[in-house]
Design a protein. Structure first.
Length: 260
């Protein structure tokens, strides 16, 4: 069942999750996560700058921020002249995004596992920042993202690097198998259970191709040099070891939503 609500109908109080022990329950730690994400080395000086660099000149472009969270990437794209729409599955994260963005960005409560509430070819670009690795099956989501992109449109995505994900659990699983792993995040003394899905690089690129995208760029970027003095130890580590993998994939210019 499609779960879509305009965020103007969502308040902080209504965002409480009934099941606090659920994995990936961002409603239960939205404020702590947003505060950590705002200025951290990995997010503020590595992942977001890389996404913005891949997006390039976005002035006037209609962009869907798929999994927008509390809106830092949406805000950066808006400030660069894009017309941004944000979606997220967490009502509390969207409430934080509304505080940040005001009425400049349309925000919707929507799960990426469900059909999206937009017409065919609505957007010039989709940005999916560290969200696809929450999904076991990328197929339905990528098909929907392709549908809402115009011919020639781009999907710009970042995910946990498959080489890093492969090393997390011992004994190491089959690299080529799609497997999940669970772990705990700690925010302000609160422990929250998380679950991500591992895929091989081949499985990722095959999923894009199956959904009708054409691979344009695979990127393993360096952190922002400004982080060198702010995070000297972490900067060196992030400069010499892989962390996330970034893709730019395109809808062929002659494509239609009915192409397979």
């Amino acid at each position: 069942m499609e779960r879509v609500t305009d965020v103007t109908d969502v308040t902080d109080g209504s965002a409480q999750s009934a099941g606090r022990d659920r994995v990936n329950d961002y409603d239960s730690f939205a404020e702590a996560y947003s505060a950590e994400n705002e200025n951290s080395l990995v997010n503020a000086y590595y992942e977001r700058p890389a996404m913005l660099a891949l997006a390039g000149d976005v002035a006037g472009r209609r962009i869907l921020d798929a999994g927008c969270g509390s809106g830092p990437l949406s805000a950066a794209l808006r400030d660069r002249g894009a017309v941004v729409t944000g979606i997220d599955a967490s009502a509390r994260m969207l409430a934080l995004a509304r505080r940040r963005l005001g009425d400049d960005v349309a925000l919707h409560l929507a799960d990426l596992s469900d059909p999206l509430p937009f017409g065919d070819g609505t957007f010039d670009d989709v940005v999916a920042s560290l969200v696809l690795h929450y999904l076991e099956d990328w197929g339905p989501t990528l098909t929907e993202l392709r549908r809402v992109l115009r011919p020639g449109g781009r999907l710009i995505a970042s995910v946990d690097h498959p080489f890093v994900a492969y090393t997390i659990q011992d004994p190491r699983p089959d690299y080529f198998a799609t497997t999940s792993y669970t772990f705990d995040w700690m925010f302000n003394g609160q422990t929250v259970p998380m679950k991500f899905w591992r895929k091989s690089l081949h499985a990722m690129t095959e999923a894009f191709a199956t959904a009708g995208f054409r691979l344009s760029t695979i990127s393993e970027p360096q952190p922002d040099p400004a982080a060198r003095e702010l995070f000297p130890d972490g900067f060196q580590d992030l400069s010499t070891k892989t962390c996330f993998l970034f893709f730019v994939v395109e809808v062929p210019p002659s494509a239609t939503s009915s192409d397979d």
